[in-house]
Ligand binder design. Structure first.
Ligand code: PBG
Length: 330
């Protein structure tokens, strides 16, 4: 018997596939993570992330302008202090002349309100031990002492011109204390993009090189266990109650079920972070000729959108925004 119902009909030409596509990508929903380092004369390639660099202030300004020109929705900045400027409390994180705060001021000056300028609000780039917080006498990450550091860092970033802060350290109560401190200082319009469900992941490996991290051990006492799903919903309730404006799941590809869970409940926009290891895996496989790079990039981003994220942080943001804006796209 010949089938009457033929789903293949709607797959038969590129034009009809384009017409019926349920998930579309737009430049405005892509956010570009960027690294700016102290003490460089030239931008420095990150060997485990071919195509991504640690920027100088000059190259950062050029790359940021290019991203905005290509239509990306925002920029997420990470600072890389020189190794001798790191200390136990990450004091460069809240110094007005620290590498990240200087870069925020420059970009806010250059770009004003033409983009959403975001800052990573976390200590791991700035501490000599590489943890996301300060340590107690026994060497454990001290939650509440770390919150004080996040408050100081948040105020420095808001003063430097960040529109949106991204607390990524997974300390309990971080969104609430940051919101209260911003409001008390009059930064009521400075938004919080909460790293709500951030998992302890092997896929962060290349990022550690990107920020020159000296971490010994792991982050399993504060980042979530990849075995757990319910815990992400608990973190979501807390972040929403504490005033998160946007909630994020990270990494993306191994956690698309969590993206979906969060998107079904959250009454704020949901972001997902396609992290360093996801970038590097696709890049490495493509370099070997094992996969089609551009198709794999688009497929990965489409799957993150389809799972329910309306904002995606990706190191390919500028390049993909260019593809999406060209008339041949689709
Ligand atoms: C913490 C932070 C990390 C990433 C973003 N913010 C690293 C970590 O938690 O170990 C990872 C991003 C990536 O891997 O691309 N400041």
């Amino acid at each position: 018997m010949a089938p009457v119902i033929r789903p293949r009909r709607l797959r038969s030409t590129a034009a009809v596939r384009r017409l019926v596509a349920e998930t579309r990508l737009a430049p405005s929903e892509l956010v570009l993570p960027m690294f700016v380092a102290d003490g460089l004369d030239e931008p420095r390639e990150i060997s485990s992330m071919p195509g991504v660099v640690q920027h100088t202030e000059d190259s950062l300004r050029r790359a940021a302008a290019a991203a905005v020109e290509a239509g990306v929705g925002g920029l997420m900045l990470f600072g890389v202090p020189s190794p001798d400027a790191k200390d136990a409390t990450g004091s460069q994180a809240d110094a007005a002349d620290g590498v990240l705060n200087r870069a925020l001021s420059l970009l806010r000056n250059d770009l004003g309100e033409r983009t959403v300028l975001m800052a990573d609000t976390c200590l791991d780039e700035f501490t000599d031990h590489g943890h996301c917080g300060v340590l107690d006498a026994r060497g454990r990450v001290d939650n509440d002492a770390t919150l004080d550091r996040y408050v100081a860092m948040s105020l420095a970033q808001a003063r430097a011109g960040a529109h949106m802060l991204g607390p990524s350290g997974m300390m309990d109560g971080q969104v609430g204390v940051i919101r209260a401190a911003l409001d008390a200082e009059g930064f009521t319009d400075t938004a919080i993009l909460a790293y709500t469900a951030k998992y302890a992941s092997a896929f962060y490996g290349p990022f550690r090189e990107a920020v020159g991290s000296s971490l010994q051990g792991d982050r399993r006492t504060y980042q979530q266990d990849s075995a757990n799903r319910t815990e992400a919903l608990r973190e979501l309730s807390l972040d929403l109650a504490e005033g998160a404006d946007i909630v994020m799941v990270k990494p993306a590809m191994s956690y698309l079920d969590i993206v979906r869970d969060v998107a079904e409940i959250a009454d704020v926009p949901v972001a997902a972070y396609q992290i360093s290891g996801e970038y590097s895996m696709i890049t490495a496989a493509a370099e070997r000729g094992w996969i089609d790079r551009d198709a794999a990039i688009l497929e990965s981003l489409t799957s993150i959108r389809r799972a329910g994220a309306s904002i995606i942080l990706t190191y390919w943001a500028t390049e993909v925004a260019g593809w999406l804006s060209s008339p041949a796209a689709g």
